[in-house]
Design a protein around this ligand. Structure first.
Ligand SMILES: C[S@@+](CC[C@H](N)C(=O)[O-])C[C@H]1O[C@@H](n2cnc3c(N)ncnc32)[C@H](O)[C@@H]1O
Length: 241
């Protein structure tokens, strides 16, 4: 198999990072704008399906979920990090059309019960074997005519510059440019940079994703655009082979 992995052989360090407060969103406006864009892009991907059961795997704070739920029969939210799970369970308790899964509920999700799975901006934090195991889980739970979207996949040798450029451009366009500059400074001195330097991100070429998907029972095609603002990164549609 071609490349991947300039370091993230295991996602433990990253999972630990995401279980604490982190400086990833420059301010509340950044988080709002980020999740609104994700919701718009996901709604566009869902538009041809009638009341699909959708699983957002690695959903994070999922602030866009109420805007996605109307496109779904049911929207399932799952994040493997316990602190995130607790936050979203509290946030969406009783919200119509949204069900937050804990680890046990994810594990016991019936085979062939999901139409669409979305995993946005998570693959970089998993080692390749971990991503393979996650894909096996997706393959089992997807209906035969279902699809999985792997988005925000970082190409090899991307480095930090495209991320910085994308954040500043988004900040300038959406009214949080100075907060974005401060956020970058905070990130520079945070554990994020340490971990990114130490553990790295898992990166994939187009061919790398196709080969990995193939090993786990999927065919993969690259989409013309990524989900979210950072168009240096890639999105793929996976179908059960
Ligand atoms: C950048 S956020 C993406 C959140 C959301 N999908 C979005 O698009 O905004 C990364 C998510 O991956 C999850 N994550 C990080 N490391 C992980 C790991 N090793 N295993 C599983 N999930 C992990 C974190 O809890 C976090 O919610």
């Amino acid at each position: 198999m071609e490349e991947n992995n300039n370091g993230a052989t295991s996602g433990n360090l990253w999972a630990d990072f995401w279980s604490h407060d982190h400086p990833i969103y420059a301010n509340a406006r950044h988080a709002t704008v980020h999740y609104r864009r994700i919701a718009e892009d996901l709604n566009a991907l869902l538009k041809d399906r009638v009341r699909p059961t959708v699983l957002d795997w690695g959903c994070g704070d999922a602030f866009g979920a109420p805007a996605i739920a109307p496109s779904c029969g049911e929207l399932l939210l799952y994040d493997a990090v316990g602190a995130v799970q607790k936050r979203i369970a509290a946030r969406f308790a009783g919200e119509k059309g949204i069900r937050v899964l804990d680890d046990e509920a994810w594990r016991s999700l019936p085979a062939g019960s999901v139409d669409v799975i979305v995993m946005n901006s998570v693959a970089q934090y998993l080692g390749q074997a971990e991503l393979g195991a996650v894909l096996d889980g997706f393959r089992k739970r997807l209906r035969q005519d279902g699809v999985a979207y792997l988005a925000d996949i970082i190409p090899p040798d991307a480095g930090m510059l495209p991320d910085i450029a994308s954040l500043l451009a988004t900040g300038a366009r959406h009214g949080f440019f100075f907060a974005a500059c401060l956020g970058l400074a905070r990130t520079w001195f945070s554990r994020y940079r340490q971990i990114r330097t130490q553990a790295g991100f898992s990166t994939y070429s187009e061919r790398g994703i196709r080969e990995l998907a193939g090993k786990h029972g999927f065919s993969a095609e690259r989409l013309p655009a990524n989900v979210g603002f950072n168009q240096q990164r890639m999105a793929f549609r996976l179908r059960p082979a």
